[in-house]
Ligand binder design. Structure first.
Ligand code: ADP
Length: 547
């Protein structure tokens, strides 16, 4: 027997309809790419998104067409997103930090018919213009006055694009399983692969992210996603905020410590989200200038492991709750979140810090488990680690155009519908997951595994250390041994002996790095993670002292 409730499709434009209808006056504040901080609200964003939709339709864009965006977090970018998705076209967010060849590859692979681009990124497109013939029109996210001289063909300023039409437009009707967004993974090996979100998966994921144990933004909150919209939908905040009527603060092109601090402070931001490298810049700025953030209550940190020293600084020095989260592009992207369970709030701080340093527990709509190499389930005891596999309505079942499919199909799942995350992790009795390593980064020493993340996390707590990375280096007896690579804080004099002494007693003896090398810079990926592949390449001729 079927239930007799309304069949109301879970589609993204209904989120913005709700925001305009019930939170129309709520602000969206942007540090514009042109410079000044500009203000709009959900009612205006809704109106202009419908103008985008109408203008796209006039340009012949239809259901299922892909439209690229190469843009920062701004209100104009949001208007473009909702306009694109509102006609059932697919919003393809492109990470501008990818190599130009990768950008060429994904634009062609996605067959983007149109491109919305920020002023900052026009030069990137000019350089590759001859290789991306698929793009018919370039809409530069600015007004006529700021439109630069450019060699790109068919260029129009966004303000003219929306200025030519009115907002009398009804969203196109389509099935909730229609594709809404396309986001390519960084592709550390091989070509980037496209994850194709549906309207249904985006709406469900935003609802899950909005639960109080997760980001849990409320209408009274002000949320600043520092994590870019091209990094897995700014972790769903682009849908979660309009759903609740939270004020949004968009940092635009400036993600350095002073700029991020200024917006957090002046806009009285209560919740924010980004990768650890962003927070490292903010914290050094705050520490150097003796600053505080009295309004900030929650910071979501994920994308790579958050060092305990960073958690402690936010919680104890600045009284900001840290939510350590884990996820991936293929998961919409949030999988786990480190909020306390009953009774944990009363534990002594050192024990709480241990819990917070784990990547957290699965939110509703995410199932996960760990398995051995043969796919057999492993116990959840917080010690044994294995392959972390997941499933749920926000998890991809295939990549765009069937790339990477298995068993002769486009599916990337095993026979029971599980997706292998490529991460190695433990799961404890209470459901808290801790990432040991990416499967390809774990260091195999004498048949045992060393977690590079654990050693890095502790090493960054050593005074004078700004960044730390650990890679495995070939060893005649042990197969591989850990090499610790460090970037010193400005003016710090920390030595190899200091670092090794600091690690003593904090990690198992046989995990001790065989050597410490100091560098000026550690290469980061397009999403701000340590680029282990590049680092291994950089040290390919390096020989360990004892080897
Ligand atoms: P990319 O940055 O390569 O485009 P993702 O953002 O999807 O891709 O990266 C997902 C991966 O990032 C995860 O599989 C995991 O290895 C790593 N990751 C994400 N969050 C965390 C975290 N909190 N701690 C450790 N690793 C994390």
């Amino acid at each position: 027997m079927l239930g007799s409730m309304q069949d109301w499709p879970l589609v993204v434009p209904s989120i913005l309809d709700h925001a305009a209808r019930f939170h129309g006056e709520r602000e969206m504040v942007t540090r514009s790419v042109e410079g000044p901080v500009v203000r709009t609200n959900y009612a205006q964003v809704h109106s202009r998104a419908r103008k985008v939709a109408k203008a796209l339709t006039r340009h012949g864009i239809k259901l299922g067409d892909r439209i690229g965006t190469l843009a920062w977090n701004t209100a104009r970018h949001m208007e473009a997103w909702y306009g694109i998705m509102g006609i059932g076209a697919v919003c393809h967010t492109i990470n501008p930090r990818l190599f130009p060849e990768q950008i060429v590859y994904i634009i062609n692979h996605a067959e983007d018919r149109m491109m919305f681009v920020d002023l900052t990124f026009v030069p990137i497109l000019e350089k590759i213009a001859k290789q991306i013939d698929v793009v018919e029109t370039f809409v530069v996210l600015t007004d006529k006055a700021h439109l630069p001289q450019t060699s790109l063909r068919n260029v129009v300023a966004f303000e003219d694009f929306v200025g030519d039409v009115d907002d009398d437009f009804k969203w196109v009707k389509f099935d909730e399983n229609t594709a809404a967004g396309l986001c390519y993974t960084s592709g550390t090996t091989g070509n980037p692969k496209g994850v194709l979100y549906s309207h249904r998966s985006n709406v469900l994921h935003a609802m899950a992210v909005n639960t109080s144990d997760c980001i849990g933004a409320r209408s009274v909150d002000t949320l600043m996603p520092v994590v870019p919209m091209f990094h897995a939908n700014a972790w769903a905040t682009t849908f979660a905020c309009p759903m609740t009527g939270s004020k949004m603060v968009m940092p635009g092109a400036k993600l350095d410590g002073p700029s991020v601090y200024e917006l957090l402070d002046t806009e009285k931001v209560t919740i924010t989200a980004a990768v650890p490298t962003v927070w490292q810049m903010l914290l050094s700025h705050m520490e150097a200038n003796d600053l505080k953030l009295p309004h900030l209550r929650k910071v979501m940190i994920g994308g790579s492991a958050c060092p305990p020293s960073m958690i402690e600084t936010f919680e104890k020095k600045y009284d900001v709750e840290v939510m350590h989260a884990w996820g991936m592009t293929e998961m919409s992207p949030v999988g786990t979140i480190g909020s306390y369970k009953a009774d944990m709030e009363n534990l002594p701080w050192p024990e709480q810090l241990k819990i917070k340093s784990k990547q957290g527990r699965a939110m509703f709509s995410v199932e996960m488990k760990i398995t051995d190499d043969d796919g057999k389930d492993l116990p959840h005891d917080g010690k044994i680690f294995g392959h972390l596999i997941v499933r749920g309505p926000g998890v991809a079942r295939a990549y765009f155009k069937g790339e990477g499919g298995r068993y002769g199909t486009d599916s990337i799942l095993d026979k029971d519908g599980w997706f292998d995350t490529g991460d190695i992790a433990t799961l404890d009795e209470l459901g808290f997951m801790q990432i040991t390593d990416r499967a390809k980064d774990v260091i195999k020493s004498g048949g045992e595994w060393i977690s590079s993340i654990d050693v890095e996390n502790i090493a960054v707590g050593c005074p004078g250390v700004a960044q730390a990375a650990v890679i495995g280096v070939a060893h005649p007896k042990w197969d591989e041994r850990p090499l610790l690579i460090i970037v010193r804080k400005p003016d710090a004099k920390v030595t190899k002996a200091d670092v090794l002494k600091y690690l003593e007693g904090k990690i198992a003896k046989w995990w001790m790095p065989d050597d410490v090398q100091f560098v000026n810079e550690i290469p980061l990926t397009a999403t701000g993670k340590i680029q282990k592949v590049a680092l291994r390449q950089q040290f390919k001729d390096y020989k360990l002292p004892a080897a």
